[in-house]
Design a protein around this ligand. Sequence first.
Ligand code: NAD
Length: 480
Amino acid sequence: MPESLIINGDRVQASDKGTFEVFDPSTGEHLAEVAKATKADIDRAVESAHAAVEGKSWGLGAPPAERGRVMQRIAQALREQAEELATLESRDNGKPLRQARTDVQVAARYFEFFAGIADKIMGNTIPLGPGFLDFTIREPIGVSAQIVPWNYLIQIGARGVAPALAAGCTVVLKPSSEAPMTALRLGEIALACGLPPGVLNVVPGTGSEAGVALASHPRINQLTFTGSVSVGVDVARMAAANVVPVVLELGGKSPNIVFADADLDLATQGVATAIFQNAGQTCSAGSRLLVERKAHGALVDRLAAKAKSMRVGPGVSDPDMGPIISRRQLETIEQYVQVGTAEGAKVVAGGARPNDPSLGRGYFYQPTLLESVSPDMRVAQEEIFGPVLAIIDFDDIEEAAALANRSDYGLVAGIWTRDINKAMSLATRIKSGQVYINTYGAGGGVELPFGGYKKSGYGREKGLESLFSYTQVKNVCIKY
Ligand code: NAD
């Protein structure tokens, strides 16, 4: 039997019995057959989410503390089933097992973190003077449609679902057809933990059918989209037609900026992890290295040694780096490296598929460093979504700031220096949603608001900030 959709608490096949196949990118082999949600399935999922948010078991009809309790149980269950979930994520997505384990722990943290706030979402009293009492209530916004990509499925799924549930919303979650498996498991776990039917519906399918049907659905009340800029623009248009607010978490071309006074060993580790984690298929990947010219040799030598020593292999063998998600994406990466070298970039490490014949059936690419990159080359401007680092030199802080901001994107930036004045001066000038100093990322960063400037999107996920997307304010004014 194909993997089922989860609609209104039931495991169901697609209305037309359609399915799609999921492949293991480490081997190219069949992993699973999954029910492919149709427009009719999306309609049913949205209707069940509506009924649930208007009913007595969730939303305004249920005690907020009860929401928190269910969510705590989900966090606990994710931890108990961590090994099984991580193995599934690793096979579905290709990522090394230890990274998949981290993803599951981070997913559990989302439920734990937001469980704690479910009964603390408060309004204000507003002083209007004698004879008035005015106060605000933060109400759940309603049905949240969530369209997510394949690269960190269980993490990104939990990142949107947990705050929405804490706020009292109900959710229709559409994972990518490239790697949908752990979203279905999350839906099953949530039901087993007592989440009422209809509160979380999981409907894998294609973007062109299920995605469009969900984003354009007149009965959704909010849309959280994580994915590429072009699709983000499309879904925002569809939602706008129904006056539905949107959170857009899009791509990036994030800089890691390394000064000569930095701890270069620390910076090497941070820069390498920022680009090679998940084979570079990370929205916040540090895919541009801006290095102070006088430290170029020392840093690039260290990075090249690191890249060349990394073991590339199937995710479940827990290598340093796993495969690319699909053959098509692998070919895109190859083309980018060709374009870069044709424009004058030099390959310092990698630049090809591995020549290990045992990896021949999977979609592998070597950790790759490109130097002699000028800031306007395509490899310096476009999101490659692969393990390819574009290295650009700078001479002073002014040039570093200008280069960092010379991008359509603005998701994350890293600054590496021992001089806090320099770091802070640069941090205030960089146009991106997160800035890290002498680190990059913070163990999932569940507590930290995350989102884009410029074409990296708008709205914020993670942290308490994300609750603003899932609540709406009602003002009540009393004259006495
Ligand atoms: P994508 O835009 O192709 O797909 C994302 C989701 O949208 C999938 O579920 C897909 O099925 C769906 N979709 C596709 N076409 C659609 C349409 N016309 N209408 C509605 N839905 C549609 O992106 P991807 O290849 O899955 O993921 C990679 C991209 O996601 C990269 O650009 C990456 O930077 C970005 N991303 C951003 C974040 C973030 O938090 N900012 C996190 C992860 C990935």
